[in-house]
Design a protein around this ligand. Sequence first.
Ligand code: IPM
Ligand code: MN
Length: 361
Amino acid sequence: MKTYEIAVVQGDGIGPEVCSAAIEILKETLGSNRLHFVEHPAGAEHYKKTGVAFPEDTFNACKSADAVLHGAAGLPGVVYPDGTEAGLDFGLQLRFRLDLYANIRPIKLHEGVVSPLRKYEPGSIDYIILRENTEGLYASRGAGVRIRGELATDTIVITRKGTERVVRQAFELSRARNGAPRDGKRRVTCCDKANVLRSYAFFREVAVEVAKDYPDIELDFALVDAMTVHLVHRPDFYDVIVTENMFGDIISDLGAATIGSMGMSPTAEVGDNNGFFQAAHGSAPDIAGQGVANPLGTILAGAMMLDWLGRRHDDEGLLEGGRRIQAGVEKVLGGGKIVPRDLGGSSGTREVVDAVARALV
Ligand code: IPM
Ligand code: MN
């Protein structure tokens, strides 16, 4: 039976807690010898100790592993002389260097979870934010210009190649789904600011070209400012939303809030050769080490990892494992007895992990 090497970076703050939780569930699901977890250092704590946030050995291990699993990185006070956070270089450089261009963020309101949007029931919010992950404004990470303490610039980068491939991925994702909850229509929404900047007008133009290959799927447009309103007022209209890097970062936090919490939001960051899996939330240093973090985002990211690996290697055992984790999480949330703190309950990390482990069938 094929085994897979998973490079693990636990990271900072609650990173180690949620990462260990996901590993426990993955082992419980598949037994202990299908996935081989190997830990590597990176992040803000590592930077404090060594002056390096993302060691080259860790990069090489991530590159050659079958997949990368991450807790969370970054600590607010741990910054470079330019003021930006050092710990973030793990995730950011991994995206750039492994060309993980598609950041897939499912926004799904689960059974048993109450949305702050009063009208919306489980099942009625179920869309994907596909965040372009290697270009956009964040492409300028570490490369902006500061002049004499007088001015600073960062440059947005949008390429035809980068836009084509991510928009194509959006249509492929939509094709594999059942459409928007509101009307069952397969729909790709291009979210940009094409009315103001050339770069976004170009992004939209390329999206229109790619859409010609997918006549069965509706192409829709939304300006990002209006999108923040739509995601509150009509989240059921959305199926797949494709957007520039920074816009995707911002609207995915908004989307996560509508499904209860950032703690419910997994992400899969994939390129043609590598996959990187984590929750969309940060390292939450204020609650680190207390055993109260919600591990479900990272556990669900573990399920996405199995799904991605399973498809890549045509491995039914892994695909099945991913479905079982997903179903286990849904069973726990639907049961209503175990409710993590960020969803208004009082269940700690341990209780949530034990409950998911018991719910795996
Ligand atoms: C995310 C995070 C990252 C980002 C940080 C940690 C670099 O906020 O994955 O959404 O800004 O992309
Ligand atoms: Mn973010």
